[in-house]
Design a protein around this ligand. Structure first.
Ligand SMILES: C[S@@+](CC[C@H](N)C(=O)[O-])C[C@H]1O[C@@H](n2cnc3c(N)ncnc32)[C@H](O)[C@@H]1O
Length: 374
């Protein structure tokens, strides 16, 4: 351990000893400036304690259709109850529970409307699809210690969801089982594509190959914004075929090439001057992720670029999204982990890329970006 790390460690141990002393807590609650900090910390601590309740309130808003009801205009509790199929008392409890979370608001007595957060959720089918999907993670996290002790050796609700979908370990897609995950990915894709469009200039790029491109939602966004781009979609055979057909209908078949294959064991087609990996790398453990990067690197001519877009770990201001949320999500899924930009850049260099750099985005919870050049 170097001197700086030793000093940091000593400081953190000393700080924790002070913070955990009952005398310090008593004193901090009384001194004006410290009290402000202590109150904020206490609120943070309470949110940690109670956060699962907030998420379940949100889920109830989505699953009862309460957002849709409130979206249509002010409504009294009796009408809300009738429309979402709850007793009036239960509906009122839910309306009131969502009020401090800014999901609902009561601007005039018994006139309920959407709150500030509610207005965002209500108009966003992608976020609502995520909320619905999280019932699986919630079930897997019911006993978090058991989940961790199982060391990813036992199936979970999330691993079943993704395995049926054929998304992991190179399994083939199995017909209707893919519908739920494809719809989920497509519904949430515009968050990622918007970050990419706001950050990356495609003017000098002639062709783009999306590896693990699913049903083509990412290419549809980028291809609509940049009509000169020739587009390739690489995914497991059944996915690539369905995705390319839908993309062809949307953007014109002449612009689209389907590349069915397994990105671990098949060649990645060459001739593209940009390859994208959108929400792919974090799904895979270090060995396969490194092999995938090397496979892509082999396909690229000098100067061609790789774009990686996904939620990353250790992004300032979005730390909990990375290591807390995605850390546990991917653990429960049974494969992959969120990586910091530094880790991904090191992996790109190890795969033979000449350079790799981090591009910050406005909303890191949607995705951060790395661009690597061959
Ligand atoms: C998490 S989804 C991401 C889809 C899309 N990139 C997005 O952001 O919406 C993972 C995608 O990788 C594909 N995939 C998984 N394993 C694969 C493999 N071994 N070869 C090719 N595609 C694979 C899945 O079919 C799926 O479309």
């Amino acid at each position: 351990m170097n001197r700086l790390a030793a000093l940091r460690l000593a400081y953190v141990q000393r700080r924790n000893a002070v913070f955990s002393s009952a005398r310090f807590q008593h004193w901090a609650a009384r001194l004006p400036l410290i009290r402000w900090i202590a109150t904020r910390r206490a609120k943070g601590a309470f949110d940690l304690l109670a956060g699962f309740t907030y998420s379940q309130i949100l889920r109830a808003y989505v699953e009862t259709g309460l957002f849709d009801v409130l979206r249509q205009g002010p409504c009294n509790a009796a009408a809300v109850a009738h429309r979402i199929g709850l007793s009036q008392e239960a509906a009122l409890t839910l309306l009131r529970a969502g009020r401090p979370l800014m999901l609902s608001e009561e601007p005039a007595p018994d006139h309920w409307t959407l709150g500030e957060q509610g207005a965002v959720f209500a108009t966003n089918p992608g976020v609502q699809a995520m909320v619905r999907h999280h019932r699986l993670l919630y079930a897997d996290l019911a006993d978090p210690v058991a989940l961790l002790r199982a060391d990813r050796k036992q199936p979970t609700d999330l691993s079943r969801f993704w395995t049926y979908a054929g998304a992991l370990h190179g399994a083939s897609e199995r017909g209707a089982d893919t519908a739920e995950y494809s719809a989920l990915m497509a519904a949430s894709q515009h968050f990622v594509a918007d970050e990419v469009l706001a950050t990356v200039d495609f003017r000098g790029t002639r062709s783009l190959l999306d590896v693990g491109g699913g049903h083509g939602a990412f290419l549809r966004h980028i291809g609509s914004a940049w009509p000169h781009l020739r587009l390739g979609l690489f995914d497991l055979p059944e996915v690539a075929a369905a995705g390319a057909a839908a993309l062809g209908d949307a953007l014109g078949a002449h612009r689209i090439t389907a590349h069915p294959g397994n990105f671990f064991s098949d060649f990645i087609p060459s001739g593209y001057d940009m390859v994208s990996l959108i929400r792919i790398l974090h799904d895979h453990d270090d060995g396969p992720a490194q092999a995938l990067l090397a496979n892509i690197r082999k396909s690229l001519a000098p100067g061609a670029r790789l774009l990686i877009a996904e939620p990353m770990a250790r992004i300032p201001g979005a730390e909990a999204m990375g290591e807390a949320f995605f850390g546990l999500y991917l653990w429960a899924m049974g494969s992959g982990r969120p990586r910091s930009p530094g880790e991904i850049i090191a992996m790109c260099r190890a795969a033979g890329f000449a350079s790799a750099r981090f591009l910050p985005t406005a909303q890191a919870v949607n995705a951060s970006l790395i661009i690597a050049a061959a």
